[in-house]
Ligand binder design. Structure first.
Ligand SMILES: [Zn+2]
Length: 966
């Protein structure tokens, strides 16, 4: 409790500081700050993607480029990697490398009309909002196809640096030519080639893939002998050659144009754990020892901007598991500042084998979703373009993942908040709610959406067909889709067998009542059966509650019998009648089933007692908590038990309490609480009726507007107390209301107003505190001396009603915003204000009520905004309403409701009596405001409009002031 007081002091301090404005459309709290890089590789080597076949025709080269960029844009990619140097050549005007034969058919031959592919690609990519990265194979000189000779110098242009410097070139056993990474002049050439691009083209990045040394059998013995450091192994020397290239390349780029990003896409496995303790839990080829690519070092040294390891394996693949590699690389980049993108095998999707993990599009979707779960993953790059172009289902699946991410990140300006995802429902109508750019048309399944609010919020009630219903909103190139599956009830429940299901028999736990009370015995059996129940030695015929379906199937029906508990003579006691036994006969088949527990009688005055064993518990009007708690009982309070049902026991007053909160004693002797003395004292602010009693009787009080009726489970021999002439109460009468109970009636003095009451249990009995309505006395500060607790509804994980902006601006935010405004208004009028929460945190309803009980403010106002069921057109529901439970709050409720609706012209939604948790406090007027309907687009604008909410806060504060002036 002390902690809470401290917390409240903090609240007060915070309230005295200025509250930052909380506007609807700026700096909304985003879901995730993680970036989302979406790259697509466009391969030119052997004409994988571009051009389809070599040509000098620049129009063909342009139109193919446009087609690729359009698909990239439409799918949702934001970066394209164009391979501009597949084999010591160029897809741009170079003074170092000849034109690529994959471009024009013959190395060194330029395209028509001075066309420069890289310049065109860069410009067209940027027009579409795509980054363009120039992708280079640094060492490869030739890429041999089956019909080409090995070590094919003849295919190279005379200007090729490999032709000009044959001493730089290694003839590899795979038939290809490679530049020797160990030669410093080779590294210089590669870097000059990179800088030529960085200087002459507006590219966003330079990119190398996994081709470093082709393998370990590279013939570079002479270079090694010439350039190795003393004692340096061949492997270390080769790795250092690559490291040097990467490092020099990085710094060369950064000093030339620092905004250009440099990244590498190595083979996915750096090393296996079996060969290096730092390696991954994999068993595949290791780029550290096979390609001499020490990619982990580049990450740790920060000589690349991003790393995009190629994970061309499925999740769960035994040799190289996608998810294990994801974890390994996540740890590799953690804390380095190097971004992690995943190189993904789009080319593997659509495997014809239905048993392959790559069958269909699911593996890629699963991998993208797995990437989303790892904060360090900043994006992915798909290999390669034609995998999407030739498999539109894959492009569509990737597009759907990207669209969902855009929606979550709030990038589209298009939000579908209700439902927030795909759902299954039995409803036949559904209210779709969301936000859009008001300046641009919005379409739902191709049809324009009308009736949007001025800020672009929309709410539409749609009709659902049984099965899958697909709703796609589109605006400005973005789309958001919701799939709502409507289930249809299958009619009467079928039974597999003619029997009484064991779980259907009543009761499931012991049931006791008073003699003469009726208990409904029930079970399920096939419709059309004859069913009987036997109890206390007698057999009764039960009644089928639903009609028998006309077809011949076996359907379940409920059978009931209203059984009257018998009377007994003799000493009051508890009598067990045994377990009911149910028997059915269906077309000659018979079956018997017992209930799970006994039925019994508690005779009037029987010595069965309940004692509260928790600090506080609630009583209920019925054996269920569905309609909320009625009265508080405190630890040690004792009452006679008059019934049991399910999880509840009934007390002598007829109120029910949860069995878990009481000890039940079944005694063979009577105990009885007794009130010995009654006193009335006037204290500071509160006046108190003091009862001295033996034992600790259960007690509760009700105020009906003029009288407080105090029910105590005790006999009373005491006289009514003497009342001082200035007491709030003008008379107290005491009457026996049952064998063991007393009713005390306190009448409020005419002309006085009671605005609070509560019971306190003491060691020697109990206290009933009552409070006179405080008055505003100070003219300039009309609320001076008064305390008001404001309760912003929901908070934290409890969002409250969801409107057009979903979780970006939910009811909890609306309530807190208003609470802060109202607090400022009330404080300006002199009130002391408490808040049950001052930020976005979860606070239980119990704690909210406990805070008010501890602080005993003069008023408790819970702030909420409303919603309706999902199958209602909430765009047509609006207005302001006030809710309360206790008659002592009625004056305030009517005054406030009339003032606010009158001064602001709000639609009248009425005043209502409801047993909400936060309207349950009796120690002050407790009211709950539903200020408007969150999912209604127009109301949401009002609820999130700073000026309108300030007017609302002022109006509420005026009403509260008027109330205390009355
Ligand atoms: Zn609410």
């Amino acid at each position: 409790m002390k902690k809470m007081a401290k917390f409240l002091m903090v609240v007060i301090l915070i309230l005295s500081m200025a509250c930052p404005a909380f506007a609807a459309n700026d700096t909304l709290p985003g879901k995730t700050a993680k970036s989302d890089f979406r790259g697509l590789w466009v391969s030119t080597v052997v004409n994988i993607d571009y051009p389809k076949k070599p040509t000098t025709d620049s129009e063909t080269l342009k139109s193919e480029a446009i087609k690729i960029l359009d698909l990239a844009k439409d799918t949702g990619f934001n970066a394209v990697f164009l391979q501009v140097r597949p084999t010591a050549d160029a897809f741009y005007k170079s003074s170092l490398f000849p034109w690529s034969r994959y471009l024009t058919g013959k190395q060194g031959v330029a395209p028509d009309g001075g066309f420069d592919p890289l310049a065109f690609w860069t410009e067209e990519a940027h027009k579409r909002g795509l980054e363009l990265h120039a992708w280079i194979n640094p060492y490869r000189v030739t890429k041999k196809e089956w019909n080409q000779p090995s070590h094919d110098f003849a295919s190279l242009a005379p200007t090729n640096p490999a032709v000009l410097n044959p001493q730089w070139v290694v003839k590899h056993p795979d038939g290809n030519l490679y530049f020797d990474p160990g030669i410093p002049e080779v590294r210089r050439l590669i870097i000059d080639g990179v800088l030529e691009i960085v200087k002459n083209y507006d590219v966003d990045g330079i990119h190398f893939d996994d081709y470093f040394y082709p393998d370990t059998s590279f013939n570079d013995k002479a270079t090694y002998e010439k350039y190795k450091s003393p004692g340096q192994s061949l492997d270390d020397w080769r790795r250092e050659n690559v490291n040097t290239l990467i490092r020099d390349c990085y710094y060369a780029i950064k000093v030339t144009r620092s905004s250009v990003r440099f990244g590498i896409s190595p083979f996915g496995i750096w090393a296996n754990r079996s060969s290096n303790p730092l390696g991954s839990d994999t068993n595949g080829l290791q780029s550290y020892s096979s390609h001499y690519a020490d990619s982990l070092k580049w990450v740790k040294d920060g000589i690349i901007d991003y790393i995009a390891p190629q994970f061309y394996w499925n999740i769960g693949y035994s040799v190289a598991d996608y998810s294990k590699l994801l974890t390994w690389w996540k740890n590799a980049v953690a804390g380095t500042g190097v971004d992690l993108y995943i190189g993904m095998a789009a080319y593997k999707a659509g495997d014809a084998n239905p048993n392959s993990p790559w069958h269909g599009t699911q593996e890629i979707v699963r991998q993208l979703e797995l990437n989303d779960t790892v904060e360090e993953v900043k994006g992915s790059i798909m290999f390669t373009y034609n995998s999407l172009a030739n498999y539109p289902e894959l492009a569509a699946a990737i597009k759907a993942v990207y669209a969902r991410r855009d929606e979550l990140a709030g990038k589209t300006g298009l939000i579908v908040s209700r439902p927030s995802g795909n759902i299954t429902t039995s409803l036949d109508k559904y209210y779709l709610n969301g936000a859009s750019d008001p300046e641009k048309p919005l379409y739902l399944n191709g049809l324009p959406v009308s009736g949007r609010s001025s800020r672009g919020y929309f709410g539409i009630l749609i009709t659902l067909q049984p099965g899958e219903n697909r709703f796609t909103f589109t605006q400005d190139g973005y789309s958001v889709t919701r799939v709502i599956t409507r289930t249809v009830s299958s009619g009467p429940q079928k039974m597999s067998k003619a029997e009484i299901p064991a779980s259907s028999t009543f009761p499931r736990s012991p049931v006791y009542g008073m003699p003469g009370e009726t208990i409904t015995l029930s079970c399920q059996a096939p419709a059309g059966s004859k069913v009987t129940v036997q109890i206390d030695g007698k057999t009764y015929t039960m009644k089928q509650q639903t009609a028998t379906p006309s077809d011949s199937g076996l359907y379940a029906a409920t059978f009931t019998y209203d059984y009257t508990l018998p009377n007994y003579a003799g000493n009051p006691r508890k009598v067990d009648l045994g377990v009911p036994v149910y028997t059915m006969n269906y077309k000659g088949t018979t079956s018997t089933q017992k209930g799970a527990a006994v039925v019994g009688v508690i005779m009037k005055g029987a010595p069965v007692y309940a004692e509260v064993k928790v600090p506080m518990t609630y009583t209920f009007d019925e054996p269920s908590s569905d309609n909320g708690g009625r009265h508080q009982l405190y630890s040690g309070m004792l009452d006679a038990v008059t019934g049991m049902s399910g999880s509840y026991v009934r007390l002598s007053s007829g109120q029910w309490v949860n069995k878990n909160d009481v000890n039940v004693y079944d005694l063979n002797f009577k105990i009885q609480s007794d009130i010995k003395q009654v006193e009335y004292v006037i204290g500071e602010g509160w006046e108190t009726l003091k009862l001295d009693a033996t034992l600790s009787p259960a007690a509760f009080a009700v105020f009906d507007g003029t009288q407080v009726k105090l029910t105590v489970s005790a006999t009373c021999r005491a006289e009514a107390p003497q009342l001082p002439p200035n007491a709030l109460i003008s008379s107290v009468t005491i009457a026996q209301n049952s064998d063991s109970g007393t009713l005390m009636t306190l009448t409020v003095r005419p002309g006085e107003k009671l605005t609070g009451y509560y019971i306190e249990k003491t060691s020697g009995g109990l206290l009933l505190h009552v409070k006179r309505k405080p008055q505003s006395k100070d003219q300039s500060l009309p609320l001076k001396g008064l305390s008001i607790m404001l309760d912003p509804g929901h908070g934290g994980t409890e969002t409250g009603a969801i409107g057009p902006l979903g979780l970006r601006y939910a009811e909890k935010d609306i309530n807190l915003n208003l609470a802060k405004k109202l607090a400022a208004e009330l404080e300006a009028l002199g009130a002391r204000v408490y808040l049950t929460r001052e930020d976005d945190r979860t606070v239980s309803l119990e704690d909210r009520l406990a805070m008010s009980k501890m602080m005993l403010p003069d008023l408790f106002v819970s702030l909420h905004a409303n919603s309706m069921a999902d199958n209602v057109d909430i765009s047509k529901v609006d207005g302001f309403s006030v809710w309360y439970r206790e008659p002592l709050a009625k004056d305030l409720v009517e005054l406030l409701y009339n003032h606010v609706t009158g001064s602001l012209g709000r639609t009248l939604k009425g005043t209502h009596v409801r047993n909400f948790y936060v309207t349950r406090g009796t120690w002050m007027p407790s009211i709950l405001l539903e200020t408007g309907f969150v999912p209604n687009p127009q109301e949401f604008e009002w609820l999130t409009d700073e000026a309108e909410q300030t007017r609302l806060a002022k109006s509420i504060a005026e009403a509260i002031t008027a109330y205390f002036r009355e």
